[in-house]
Design a protein around this ligand. Structure first.
Ligand SMILES: C[S@@+](CC[C@H](N)C(=O)[O-])C[C@H]1O[C@@H](n2cnc3c(N)ncnc32)[C@H](O)[C@@H]1O
Length: 275
């Protein structure tokens, strides 16, 4: 397989962490999710992935992705021809994992990421890549003219890298242009953002988180009428998901819950319905 020489900007490089997490997971006998495509992509990229080997947070990225997959699957069960918009998609392979053959998908990321993505994925009548910053309002026109909704926006491991004013702008943009849409996001509290230089994976790259969010319920205050549909820590995943995890993961999460580590407790995965 041809090796791709990856030259990505600072924040863009972080996409390689969850990509590697899914590839490693796919090699496990008992896995929380399967992602053969991620394994193929990692093999095709010239990058020193060894720096992420055996990092505990890789499992965290996989559990996060698995929960986002469930939210998208549930959304598509209720809205089979709905629209899924991946904000900061990286080399995410959610379409490969959960597409239902009818939904409309958009994958948005910064131009160098989309350039790399285009060497691996192809646009189709139901699947469109958008090269733009999530903070640039113009992407909303592309989505609005190319789809009918209803909409689920998945911002997985993206918004914490923005300044809070930019996160507010993105939330306002989605709420104004796509009223009633769902937004899946993750938030890191001040204890995590303040100690990120020691974070096992982030300490291996240059990008740093900017937006510290102590409580994702704040989002409902930003846009009155928003409804928090779900909010989970890795130690309080939905019971059905928890039951389906390999037993080693269930035991590991029970141990983590007992320790009440700020790095774990301050990290939340949230699904909100905007007004
Ligand atoms: C940690 S990666 C997550 C990638 C993907 N969501 C996943 O879970 O595999 C963060 C991603 O956010 C993207 N990103 C960061 N700032 C962005 C911005 N202003 N506009 C669009 N994408 C951005 C990066 O390029 C990168 O792909």
């Amino acid at each position: 397989m041809t090796e791709r020489d990856v030259r990505l900007g600072t924040v863009q490089e972080t996409l390689l962490i969850p990509l590697y997490g899914r590839a490693v997971e796919n090699r496990k006998k008992d896995a929380a999710l399967r992602d053969a495509r991620a394994e193929e992509i990692v093999a095709s990229i010239d990058y020193d992935f060894a720096r992420f080997e055996n990092l505990p947070s890789l499992v965290g990225t996989v559990l996060r992705t698995s929960l986002f997959d469930r939210w998208v699957t549930d959304f598509l069960a209720e809205n089979p021809t709905g629209t899924v918009v991946e904000l900061g998609t990286g080399l995410n392979t959610r379409y490969e994992r959960v597409d239902n053959g009818k939904a409309r998908w958009f994958d948005l990321d910064l131009p160098d990421v989309i350039e790399l993505r285009r060497t691996l994925f192809t646009d189709t009548p139901r699947r469109t890549m958008i090269a733009a910053s999530v903070t640039d309002s113009a992407w909303a026109d592309t989505v609005a003219t190319g789809s009918t909704g209803p909409y689920l926006f998945a911002a997985e491991a993206v918004l914490p890298f923005l300044e809070e004013q930019d996160v507010r702008h993105v939330v306002d943009l989605i709420a104004d242009r796509f009223p009633g849409s769902l937004l899946a996001l993750d938030t890191a509290g001040p204890g995590i953002v303040g100690t990120q230089d020691e974070h096992d994976a982030l300490s291996k790259v240059e990008a740093r988180m900017r937006w510290a969010c102590a409580d994702p319920a704040e989002l409902a205050d930003w846009r009155p009428g928003s409804r928090l549909l779900a909010s989970h820590r890795l130690t309080s995943l939905p019971p059905r998901m928890h039951e389906e995890l390999p037993s080693a993961y269930q035991e590991m999460l029970a141990g983590l819950a007992d320790q009440r580590l700020p790095q774990v407790e301050e990290y939340q995965l949230t699904l909100v319905q905007l007004p």
